[in-house]
Every structure is written in C-alpha cells, then in structure tokens.
Design a binder for this molecule. Structure first.
Ligand SMILES: [Zn+2]
Length: 403
C-alpha cells in the first residue's frame, strides 16, 4: 500500500489496510500510524512537508500545501521567570497551527480521490479548510450556527467556500454531519473523526528541536480539543525513537478555570470519557478564550496520556489573567495573538509561582494563532484626539521617547 508507514488501531492494534478508513473496522477505535526509521533526518529547521519521512504521505501523492510550518521560535523579550520561548503559530498561512493539521487532512482527501469537503467550524479549522480546499480545487461546505459574526465568515467566503448558517446549535450540526455519506470528506481536527490530520502537530515538535538544538524542559500548550498537545508529544516520541533527541520534555496543558476537565482529571486520577463528562463544565458558560471552550475535550484521553507519560502538569487560569496576557503579549513581546493563546504565559506564571518550573529551565509556549483574525476580542480604546493646529510640542508630549 505505502512505502514508509503503516496504519493500525490505537486501541486493539488491528492493521487497517484501507487508506480511506477513518476508524478501526474491528473495534471502531481511533487509527494511528507507525513509520520506518528514516534514512536521513533534516538538521536545519524546515516546514511541515520537509518532515514527510514521519508523516502519512502515500507514495506518488503530492501534498496539498500553502507553505505551512517553519514558524518562528522567539526568545521572550523580558524576564518571564524561566527561559521562555514563543513558538508563534500565527505565522502560518491562515494564521493558526490548524494549517498543519488541515494540510495533512486535505492531502489525505487528495490521496483517496475525495470530491467535496464538509466541516463544522466558526474558527481556525473552518478558515484553514476553506483555504486548503481552494488550493486542492475541492468544493468546501462549512456549516455553522446561525448568528455567527460576519468577521469570521468573510475570509472563508473569500476562499470560495460555501458557508451555510444553520438554524440550530452545534449539536444539531453534528447530527447533520453524522448523516453525511462517503461521498463527503469530513475535515475535523479530532483524531477519532480524522486520524490523518492528527499527525500534523508532530511537526511543531520537529521544528522546535531543530530550532532549539534539543527538546525543551517544558512544552506548554493552551488546550481546547486536546489533539494538538497529544500530537506534539507523539512528535517528541518519534524523535527519541529515531535517535534525534535523547530526552523528552514535560508537557503542560493550560485551560480556563471554568473549562478545566484535564486539570480535574490529573488531580483526581480520572481516565475515562464518562468520568470526565461527570465533572465537565456546561458549555453554556462563556470565555474570552473561545478556542478553549470544551466541557470534555474530544481528544482528552490522548492529551491525558501525554501529560502522565511526560510527568507533566495540568493547570487552569482565570479570565482576568487571559485578558491581561492578551494585551501584554502584544505590548511587551510584539506578538499579537488570539486571546486563547494568552492562557500559555498565564499558565507559565502559575507553574513558576508554585515551583514546578525552575528558573533555569527552558520552556516553549505554543502561541496557537494570530490576533489579527479576532480584533473584536480587544477592549474598546479610542485614539488621542488632536486638532489640525497641533504643534510639534504636542507630539513631543504624546510620545516622550525612551529615557
Ligand atoms: Zn481496533
């Protein structure tokens, strides 16, 4: 079937001979991938498809790419209590880390000869699907609840996607999606629905090691669905297996204090979706970090496994800390991120304060997406009014300059 990788069930281990399969034919479990040891491995930092030796790319298939990955790893501009680096995923083609996953998903769609794409998303996944579908010349249907703000729809429409505002909730839309037949390729960044895309976040680990020269001591990830954290961890495991690193980082998840199922699970030793559902927050609660709004993260079990295997940590941060860091990342670090990203530095503060992160340790924080796509999340502020007769002295008073 393929030259360098095999597909098998992560639950029961049964091999999956069909590349069109999205779940295990034997037990319904989530599919995963294993790879031959690559003959060579890039030493220089690359982009996503430079790492194709450890990605599921069938022989003879061209990746669907917009040049995703290769994002900057920037040292913090100020003292953050440890050696903090920002992995700025806002530099991806549509401004978020989801471009890595959707490039993989759309390449899978191409490999199996898909004719049309369907996705339910008002955010980064929808935008990435619209762009990559355009690149792959595949018609794309994006379903979202009626009343979604126009600023989120317009870029998707610009990419030529068909955006449908459905008069229902997200649960109602999920029912619609479940009814779709095999003539639709369903894009999702949940591993159980779309296993191929879940290999995309591994490339964040690959790039980080190439940029840093080794694995960091900690890797801190704001967690919504959990798939990104789990994927990054698998990337580090791949690198250790092929001998590119000899030690692994500790993984840390950051959620909001309301949507903190992983933190509760780590504290109480929970390990099933039913146990998580019993402690999960109702999704009617609001948060400024809208990408982190999951009662039970759909890839929670994989994320929990990564946190436990890596001797990591799960913390949560409040709305005020997120709002504050949203502004500080921009004003103090020059990184205008979406509000959800601000959970990462707020989580680092927490881990430094309670002594779990030591001063000399190297910490990479994932900045998941650009704030340029969500300017409405900023507090209202007015420019300084100046009359036409303003003098040079007025301007000097406005910006005195650095002392
Ligand atoms: Zn199985």
């Amino acid at each position: 079937m393929t030259a360098h990788f095999r597909i098998a069930c992560r639950a029961c281990g049964a091999p999956s001979p069909r590349i069109a399969a999205t779940r295990c034919a034997a037990c319904g479990g989530t599919l995963g991938f294993s790879y031959d040891a690559p003959a060579s491995w890039p030493r220089q930092p690359g982009r996503v498809w430079d790492y194709a030796a450890l990605l599921p790319l069938p022989a003879g298939v061209e990746p669907v790419t917009l040049g995703e990955g290769g994002t900057p790893l920037l040292p913090a501009a100020r003292d953050r209590g440890a050696r903090v680096w920002w992995k700025n995923e806002g530099a991806n083609p549509t401004g978020s880390q989801k471009d890595r996953a959707i490039s993989l998903a759309m390449t899978h769609a191409r490999a199996i000869g898909a004719r049309r794409i369907a996705v339910a998303s008002t955010g980064s996944v929808g935008l990435a699907c619209a762009a990559y579908s355009a690149r792959a010349s595949l018609p794309c249907l994006i379903l979202m609840p009626k009343g979604t703000p126009a600023e989120r729809l317009k870029p998707m429409l610009a990419f030529g996607a068909t955006v449908a505002a459905v008069d229902t909730t997200f649960e109602g839309i999920e029912r619609l999606l479940r009814a779709l037949d095999d003539s639709w390729f369903q894009a999702s960044t949940i591993a159980a629905l779309s296993p191929w895309q879940s290999e995309g976040p591994k490339t964040i680990a690959f790039e980080t090691v190439a940029q840093l020269g080794r694995a960091p001591d900690w890797f801190v990830v704001p967690v919504g669905g959990g798939g990104t954290l789990a994927g990054i961890w698998r990337g580090f495991l791949d690198l250790r297996r092929i001998g590119a690193i000899d030690r692994l980082p500790r993984m840390a998840s950051v959620q909001t204090t309301t949507f903190n199922a992983l933190e509760i699970a780590m504290d109480r030793g929970l390990s099933t979706m039913d146990e998580l559902a019993a402690v999960a927050a109702d999704e009617s609660h609001e948060t400024i970090a809208r990408n982190l709004k999951h009662g039970v993260p759909p890839d929670a079990l994989a994320a929990l496994a990564a946190l436990r295997e890596s001797d990591g940590a799960a913390v949560s941060v409040g709305e005020d800390e997120i709002r504050s860091w949203h502004l500080r990342l921009a004003a103090e670090e020059g990184i205008f991120a979406e509000p959800s990203c601000a959970a990462a530095p707020a989580g680092i503060d927490r881990l430094v304060a309670d002594g779990r992160i030591a001063r000399g340790e190297t910490v990479v924080a994932l900045v998941t997406g650009s704030g340029l796509r969500e300017p409405g999340a900023l507090p209202p502020r007015e420019p300084v009014p100046l009359p036409a007769s303003a003098s040079l002295a007025d301007l000097d008073r406005l910006v005195p300059g650095r002392g």
